[in-house]
Design a protein around this ligand. Structure first.
Ligand SMILES: *Cc1c(COP(=O)(O)O)cnc(C)c1O
Length: 215
């Protein structure tokens, strides 16, 4: 199946309220353009350097989401490139995004990344800290940063069905809604997006399922 066919198949299967973010790390601008032609409206990049190369070429044809871990010293470069940052993991990171957005007069939608299975090697906030950090960011009233909800990866499991329990935990945290401010929950990838949606995802991030296995 071509990229275009796989994109159309996924778009047709998604509920209308769920955003498909094409995970485009390592994909060429030609591959991404084919996905955009087939109806993709949002792309997710993991690395600032790769985003710097591709986003100026593909530009406003898509909304760009940062879905990779963002070191604090990369935020200044990331802010002009992206429309969303899904991987904020501290109050300090959100404050830095606000500062850089203010400098260039830009608004940013952000999500807090949760390390939902509390894995030592993974980035993101521990579930027990998520609500407190969210409230700190919301209380700061940043004029250029809009905190919309949570993102989570979940652990790598042979059977994606095992992710359901973790996605459900993320959903429960999300449903606390932080005073009605939360409306986005990003969870589910190529092998788990159906489970993500069943458990309440509003954003799914799919790479392999659209572009094939990475070479
Ligand atoms: C690569 C990536 C995805 C997509 O993974 P696939 O298994 O290829 O669909 C989703 N989210 C993040 C954060 C990624 O890095």
């Amino acid at each position: 199946m071509s990229i275009a066919e796989k994109v159309r198949e996924h778009l047709a299967a998604l509920p209308a309220n769920v955003l498909l973010v094409a995970a485009t790390k390592t994909r060429t601008t030609d591959e991404i353009a084919e996905a955009l032609d087939a109806g993709i409206r949002a792309c997710g990049e993991n690395y600032v350097q790769e985003a710097e190369e591709k986003i100026p070429i593909l530009g406003s044809r898509a909304e760009w989401h940062c879905i990779g871990h963002l070191q604090s010293n990369k935020i200044r470069k990331a802010v002009p490139l992206f429309d969303w940052i899904e991987t904020i993991d501290s109050f300090a990171a959100a404050a830095e995004v606000e500062k850089r957005c203010a400098e260039i007069g830009k608004s940013m939608d952000i999500l807090l990344e949760i390390n939902i299975a509390e894995e030592a090697q993974k980035h993101g906030l521990m579930p027990v800290d998520a609500g407190r950090v969210a409230d700190e960011i919301l209380k700061a009233g940043f004029p250029h940063v809009r905190l919309r909800g949570y993102m989570t990866m979940g652990p790598f499991l042979d059977d994606p069905e095992g992710l359901r329990t973790y996605f459900r935990r993320a959903r429960i945290l999300f449903e606390e809604k932080r005073g009605g401010k939360f409306d986005q929950l990003s969870m589910g990838m190529s092998d788990s997006w159906r489970i993500g949606i069943e458990e309440g995802a509003t954003i799914v991030r799919i790479g392999t399922g659209l572009f094939g296995a990475r070479g």
